[in-house]
Design a protein. Structure first.
Length: 287
């Protein structure tokens, strides 16, 4: 907070609002860095029920204050209206596509067969409604989910091909507890080792990673959820383009997720652990 204040950004902690000493602001950018000190997601939604809140869940990736600072600095550099415009262009391309699209780049060639009813996750307007909440990730990516929360593969939306992995991120849900939560340290260690070994090349066939993880395969499957059996749970296109010299791809930070390129996920961030494998220079082919 002191760092934000020193940079001219009005900031306060959650404590005053949570204990009732201060009213909830009408508009806020919320940056939790220690979920252990916060009430449940439902309680927070009630407390901020009359507020427009943009959530930046940095602690889902790393609780390191330096990583949080990096994330906020990069967030300040993102041109949100340009991201929204890019989201709209990509959504239009996907909705106008007949049966399939390709995502290509150096070492990457993916074919995505689309269903008749395409479900997309992204923001198409910058403003939040007076009581609307959103996470920052929705602003700088367009995402599709070929696997449901139970790990079942959608046979209508299929992903196949090769992906060059340039960076790896791992996140956990803030309310994850028990044995699964204890595995986050191991998951983060696996992601760090993979980042040091990048670039890597993996093969995806009918929505499953089938080759290329090598010595990291056991760690990925054990921490993200054996029930997924290597199923692709997210295909997304990043639109939060940042200057290449400003992105530290060695960090496990949310802001790197949508910085550029294409990323595929395994595991599920809503119910446990989620890995993102990023191809920085891959793009949706022009239709």
């Amino acid at each position: 907070m002191d760092w934000l204040t020193a940079h001219g950004v009005p900031a306060s902690t959650f404590e005053g609002v949570l204990d009732g000493r201060a009213p909830a602001p009408s508009r806020a950018v919320a940056v939790p860095v220690d979920y252990g000190r916060l009430p449940s997601r439902r309680a927070l939604r009630d407390i901020f029920s009359g507020s427009s809140v943009l959530w930046i869940p940095l602690a889902s990736f790393s609780a390191d204050p330096q990583v949080a600072r990096y994330g906020l600095e990069r967030f300040a550099e993102i041109d949100i209206p340009s991201c929204i415009a890019a989201n709209r262009r990509i959504i239009s391309q996907l909705l106008l596509a007949r049966q399939e699209v390709r995502m290509t780049g150096p070492g990457t060639d993916l074919t995505i067969r689309l269903p008749e009813q395409l479900q997309l996750s992204s923001r198409t307007r910058p403003e939040l409604l007076p009581d609307e909440h959103s996470t920052i990730g929705n602003y700088f990516e367009v995402a599709m989910s070929p696997t449901d929360l139970a790990g079942r593969v959608d046979t209508e939306l299929t992903v196949s091909g090769t992906l060059r992995i340039d960076s790896v991120l791992v996140a956990k849900h803030r309310e994850l507890t028990g044995v699964r939560a204890d595995r986050f340290g191991a998951a983060a260690e696996t992601a760090e080792m993979m980042r040091k070994s990048c670039p890597l090349s993996v093969e995806i066939r009918d929505n499953r990673f089938v080759d290329g993880f090598g010595p990291f395969a056991d760690g990925i499957h054990a921490t993200s959820g054996p029930e997924y059996r290597g199923a692709v749970t997210e295909v997304a296109i990043g639109t939060g383009v940042l200057s290449a010299d400003r992105v530290d791809w060695g960090l496990n930070c949310l802001l790197n997720e949508g910085a550029a390129g294409v990323h595929l996920g395994v595991g599920n961030g809503l119910t446990g652990m989620h890995f993102d494998f990023i191809a920085r220079e891959a793009r949706l082919d022009t239709l």
